[in-house]
Design a protein around this ligand. Structure first.
Ligand SMILES: Nc1ncnc2c1ncn2[C@@H]1O[C@H](COP(=O)(O)OP(=O)(O)OP(=O)(O)O)[C@@H](O)[C@H]1O
Ligand SMILES: [Mg+2]
Length: 282
């Protein structure tokens, strides 16, 4: 293998969380939309469904999954057996059927997680993690371990306040500096900028050197509600909808703007960090 091909083959997996302060703002739908848009752009994507919310990824896809990360951690199944196939080559790690406490994994379980994923490394461009809402320990762990974070929010005071609360915890307690902001269910770019402006104003006033970046917006669109109802992703059933168009714009922007090359990245780095957290976050 020549140098260039070798370097290309080793391009680190980009690990990105899709997260929020308040629940029900659209994380799962946007994670799936972004994953499918990246897949369409020939990227290899794995979604880690880290939240057993109301409409998790397999429900949104109408998939019946039987295994979860618990089977991987218990040693009864391999990563390949746990991962489900979605449309267009998309891979999905289904939500854990019981409570997964990342802070309480045994040494053996951590090692298993690392070694199973290690084999997967070459086969992936993006790992998108659909986290739970709020500031629970798993949410914090995933957001700290990931290289990039997309904070989803809507134009409601509680959603903006809760997004700020999440950013504040990650910033002041854990020195996390940079966040992508994604307003969802807005009327258009003007409202998105308004939401972003409100959040940045508070962040700039109270947090030192935090960097918030508006990554795009997704409009309120009945293509999304129809998709949830029919258990078929809007990006596939309504590719011409405004929601799909904006999600595709964001996917292109993500591809065009990799984090700076000195930033810590890659799957193994992510997993090592994830495995290093212990106990509950205070
Ligand atoms: N862009 C949109 N346009 C219209 N409706 C939307 C949009 N985004 C989300 N919704 C609505 O919001 C609901 C919640 O979305 P979703 O389940 O993706 O949120 P979530 O943040 O993952 O929720 P949870 O915190 O419970 O995991 C959807 O069922 C859908 O009805
Ligand atoms: Mg969800």
């Amino acid at each position: 293998m020549n140098m260039k091909a070798d370097q290309a083959a080793r391009k680190p997996v980009r690990v990105i969380t899709v997260t929020s302060g308040k629940g029900g703002v659209g994380k799962s739908n946007l994670t799936l939309g972004l994953a499918l848009a990246l897949t369409k752009l020939r990227k290899k994507v794995l979604i880690w469904d880290a939240d057993l919310g109301l409409a998790n990824i397999d429900v949104l896809l109408g998939l019946k999954t039987t295994a979860s990360i618990h089977d991987l951690l218990s040693g009864s199944k391999s990563l390949n057996e746990v991962i489900a196939d979605g449309p267009g080559g998309l891979k999905i790690m289904p939500a854990a059927s019981g409570i997964l406490e990342l802070g309480e994994l045994s040494e053996g379980q951590k090692q298993r997680l690392l070694s199973e994923f290690d084999d997967y490394d070459g086969d992936l461009d993006y790992l998108l993690i659909d986290t739970a809402a709020g500031i629970g320990s798993n949410v914090i762990y995933f957001n700290l371990a990931a290289q990039e974070r997309i904070v989803v929010l809507t134009n409601e005071p509680t959603s903006i306040t809760d997004a700020y609360a999440l950013i504040k915890v990650l910033h002041t307690r854990y020195q996390q500096k940079s966040f992508h902001i994604l307003p969802n269910q807005v009327s258009g770019p003007k409202e998105a900028k308004g939401v972003f402006g409100l959040l940045s104003a508070v962040a700039d006033k109270h947090l030192n050197e935090v960097s918030l970046h508006l990554i795009g917006y997704v409009p309120r669109d009945e293509a999304v509600t129809n998709a949830v109802r029919s258990q078929k992703p809007f990006l596939l059933t309504a590719p011409d909808s405004e929601a799909s168009k904006q999600v595709e714009e964001i996917a292109k922007r993500i591809i065009a703007n990799p984090p700076d090359e000195f930033a810590s990245g890659g799957l193994v780095f992510f997993l090592n960090r994830l495995a290093s957290f212990g106990g509950a976050v205070d």
